[in-house]
Write a protein that binds this ligand. Structure first.
Ligand code: ATR
Length: 265
């Protein structure tokens, strides 16, 4: 970081707990590399105090915006002055820009980060049929971004079927031209297979889908970053599939967040 002066612009990340976040390091380095006179600080705030802090931040004229993470992404939707349509349909906001007039504009960039990461890896989802395991927070964001990217069809397979059906309904409302189906653990027959569940984080987790049904013409993508090669990716490699790790989703999303919050020199 260069010296913080009276001219330095401020960004923040709101979370509880906060000690583990890596965004301050990443985005402060991003600003340093680009010569932005700015600093991103951690803001440890509990759910009960979120509204109070956000209302204070609205009044802070040298604030560029803030990132919102666990457990505040859902509550933030109603605290913004304006929220993008997909973010509203997903029901979560993870990036907020403060406009010059103090208006807070919310966006959800998890899914866009995933799609940008796929493209960076040379995988274009447009026109492809996609099998998506999961219907939680991350899966919702990814499903909307895949529909936005123009996939030819989307199959949602989730342990709790009702959550998959709810996601299907919201997707169909916003993207009526994208066919959405509820799937089984069998991912065969689809071009791109995505794990958007939390399975694979912990050693000994069951696989999120039936990997014995994978074939070499399929791409298998992860959202889990650690371990880098999850049991699913290892099984997919063994079956001759092209694989795509979880890391690019985050690195691409950091660039999208910086852009959205106006982190420019
Ligand atoms: P995140 O914000 O990381 O997406 P989440 O919203 O809690 O976290 O979603 C976790 C996803 O992983 C869900 O799709 C969940 O399935 P359920 O909706 O049935 O809970 C899935 N998941 C987690 N543990 C699982 C398990 N043991 N077996 C199958 N699916 C699991």
């Amino acid at each position: 970081m260069t010296e913080v002066t009276g001219r330095t612009k401020v960004w923040a990340i709101l979370a509880d707990p906060i000690h583990h976040v890596k965004t301050p390091q990443a985005l402060n380095a991003h600003m340093r590399e680009r010569g932005v006179d700015g600093v991103l600080i951690p803001a440890h705030v509990g759910a009960d105090d979120l509204a109070g802090l956000v209302s204070g931040l609205k009044a802070m004229r040298n604030l560029g915006g803030f990132i919102v993470t666990v457990p505040h992404k859902t509550a933030m939707v109603d605290l913004c002055d304006e929220v993008s349509e997909p973010a509203r349909a997903i029901g979560a906001v993870n990036t907020v820009r403060r406009n010059a007039d103090g208006r807070l504009v919310g966006e959800m960039l998890d899914g866009a980060g995933f799609v940008a990461g796929l493209r960076q890896g040379g995988i274009e989802p447009n026109g492809k049929s996609v099998y998506l395991a999961g219907a939680g927070g991350a899966a919702n964001a990814i499903a909307f971004a895949l529909a936005e990217a123009g996939v030819s069809s989307l199959i949602i397979a989730n342990r709790t079927r009702s959550k998959g059906e709810d996601l299907k309904q919201r997707l169909e409302q916003r993207y009526p031209s994208v066919p959405v189906e509820i799937g089984t653990p069998d991912p065969s027959g689809h071009d791109i297979v995505v794990n958007a569940t939390s399975l694979g984080l912990r050693e000994g987790d069951p696989l999120p889908l039936d990997a014995s049904r994978l074939s070499p013409n399929q791409v298998v993508a992860e959202i889990i970053m650690q371990p880098e090669t999850t049991a699913l990716l290892a099984a997919a490699k063994e079956r001759g599939c092209r694989t795509h790790p979880g890391r690019p989703m985050l690195s691409c999303q950091l660039d999208l967040m910086a852009d959205f919050m106006g982190m420019h020199p």
